[in-house]
Structure formats: C-alpha cells, structure tokens
Ligand binder design. Structure first.
Ligand code: ADP
Length: 318
C-alpha cells in the first residue's frame, strides 16, 4: 500500500446468496484524486461504495481508510469518510444552519467547534448566504450543495458521492462539478456516475466495473488516449477501387458506407497522405476526409458488453 493512499481496497468480494455482486476488487485512492466509478446497472457500484462507507459487511477482503482498517476500527475509520448517498439525507423543514449543526453533532464534532465547522462547510460549498433559508425552499442545485456540505462537515479525508448530479439542470450540473473539482484538491473523492461526460469533466481517474469485476482502471488522460482516431471517413465523387484502398500503407480495412463513402481503419501509420496521392492519381475525386474518434460511450460498451472479460489496468497509483 502506498503511504499516501486515503482508501486502500484489497481483494474485496461480496456475495448475496449465489450472486457474486463484487468479485475480487482492489484499488487505491490518493489525496487530490477524483475517481470516477462507472458501470452498468447491477455491476456492483453501490455494493462497493456501501462496503467502503462501512454500511455493508464485505464477504472477503480488506479496506483501510487513511491508514485505519475499516473492519478492525470502524468508528475511527468512518471519521475520515463523508458520504452523499443518491437520495441526500436532507430535512426539508430545517434551515441550512439547523441541519448542518445537527449533522455536526451526529459526526461527534465537539460543541465548541460546531459553529466553525458549519461556517467552513457552508463557505466551501457556496452556501454562506443561505444559512437561514429552509432547505425545502432551496433549488435542487442548492439542496445538493447542502448534501455535499453535510458530507464534508467533519473534514473527512475521503468524500464519496453517489450520482451527485442526477436531476439537476445544466447550469446546476456545471456548478456542482466545479465544486467537486475544488473539493478534490483537499480530499480524495470517489464519485459514482452513469453520465460519461461527467467523468471527463471532473475525474482524474476512471474505474469501470462490470459484473462485479474491475474491467478498466486508468487516468482520465489514458482513457482519452484510447479515444484517439484509428479510422478515417473518406468520401469520393467517383467510385474508388476497394482493393487499391485496402492496399494503401497502414490501412487495415476499408469499410464501404453509403454514397461512395468509406470508413478506413488503420494501424500504426496514418494513411492520409497516401490516400490523397492515390485519389489524385486515380481521379477518385476525394471531397471529404475526417478522422473518426471513438466516443467514451463506445469504449464503455466495448468493455462492458464483451463476453470475455479482459482486465485493462494501466493504473499508475498502485
Ligand atoms: P450497481 O450499484 O452497479 O447497480 P449493485 O451493487 O446494486 O450494482 O448490485 C450488484 C448485484 O448485486 C446485482 O446483481 C444486484 O441485483 C445484486 N444485489 C444488490 N443488492 C442486493 C441485495 N440486497 N440482495 C440480493 N442481491 C443484491
């Protein structure tokens, strides 16, 4: 385990009778990281998060939070975890201040420190001006800020957020994502989400879980490099010869599309120059040439739909 690991998960496994919900999952989270936890429904995200927050007993494996073993010293370990469940536990009939004072006491913050903890949590989540407002009268975006404020009120090392932007409008989503990025500097954050662009917008690292197993773990930059173009879309006014196209250096396969357009798959060297030269020489009358990037969604589907489950790990933090 690296010394700075805020969360260390090793061989975590959980069955529900015959169903293996989490299957030998291991990973670390360091300070300053925002880890996106992705996976289709039923993949094992909630079960993993619940085990890390101490709300579900693992069948096997070890979890430590900021160096404390969660199973051996749950009270101590849980002090370093802030959790925002998918349904935020906010009381609509309380004011923001009343609610956060209550959360501070629940987290055993000494009475003399409650005021300071509440104003610091409000400050960090942009709630300084709404302390006296009833939570029920706030917009959904502000209610979500209150949910995040309760998760950080005891200044935990690790903050776990379950689907934090669900149900918010685009402006509120942008604000909450900016807040998460800001919090990521001081804490380690684990964020579960179904929204793929959310990962690109907020996370420094991505893990994809499928049928209980981690099938991908890399930095967001590593994920984005997998999206880089490996195909060109080429359109011609004349009909090119398919065999000649396929023989261009670097070309793996030319896939005919409608209207004399082709998807040209290539490997190692980009065939653009050869293609342009050949088009002029053969009078194919090239009029379109666009690199095709794979989307995050395509990569996600490739990783989670394959029958054979290969593990792709290029994790630098372990
Ligand atoms: P996710 O959060 O990715 O949707 P879950 O962790 O909720 O996945 O579920 C993982 C698997 O475990 C699913 O097959 C789900 O049906 C099963 N499961 C989850 N909770 C229970 C439970 N309390 N009892 C039985 N099976 C469960």
């Amino acid at each position: 385990m690296s010394r700075e690991a805020l969360v260390h998960v090793e061989h975590l496994t959980r069955y529900y009778s015959q169903t293996c919900a989490v299957d030998d999952v291991s990973f670390d989270l360091a300070k300053g990281e925002v880890l996106g936890f992705l996976g289709p429904n039923g993949a094992g995200k909630s079960s993993t998060m619940q085990m890390i927050t101490g709300n579900l007993a693992p069948g096997a494996g070890a979890i430590s939070i900021a160096g404390t073993d969660l199973l051996e010293q749950p009270k101590l370990a849980k002090r370093e975890i802030g959790y925002l469940p998918e349904q935020p536990p906010v009381y609509r009939e309380l004011t923001v201040d009343e609610y956060l004072r209550y959360c501070a006491r629940l987290n055993r913050i000494p009475r003399s420190h409650v005021k300071g903890a509440v104003s610091s949590a409000k400050e960090r989540t942009g709630l300084a001006d709404v302390g006296r407002r009833l939570i029920g009268n706030l917009s959904k975006g502000y209610q979500q800020r209150v949910g995040i404020a309760q998760a950080i009120i005891h200044n935990p090392a690790v903050v776990i957020l379950d689907e934090p932007t669900v149900g918010l409008d685009p402006l509120q989503i942008r604000e909450i994502r900016a807040l998460i990025c800001e919090l990521g500097k001081e804490h380690g954050i684990i964020l579960s989400t179904h929204i793929l662009p959310e990962v690109q917008a907020t996370c420094t690292r991505v893990q994809i879980i499928n049928r209980g197993k981690l099938v991908f773990s890399d930095t967001t930059a590593g994920l984005e490099s997998r999206m880089n173009a490996t195909a060109l879309i080429a359109g011609f006014h004349a009909t090119p010869d398919l065999a000649t196209l396929q023989q261009l250096p670097g070309v793996e396969r030319a896939e005919p599309l409608a209207d004399n357009r082709f998807r040209i798959h290539y490997r190692d060297s980009n065939p653009t120059e050869a293609l342009v030269e050949q088009s002029v020489a053969q009078r194919w009358r090239l009029y379109e040439l666009t690199p095709e990037r794979r989307t995050l969604e395509q990569i996600f589907i490739e990783l989670t739909c394959s029958e054979e489950q290969h593990t792709h790990t290029a994790d630098t933090s372990q």
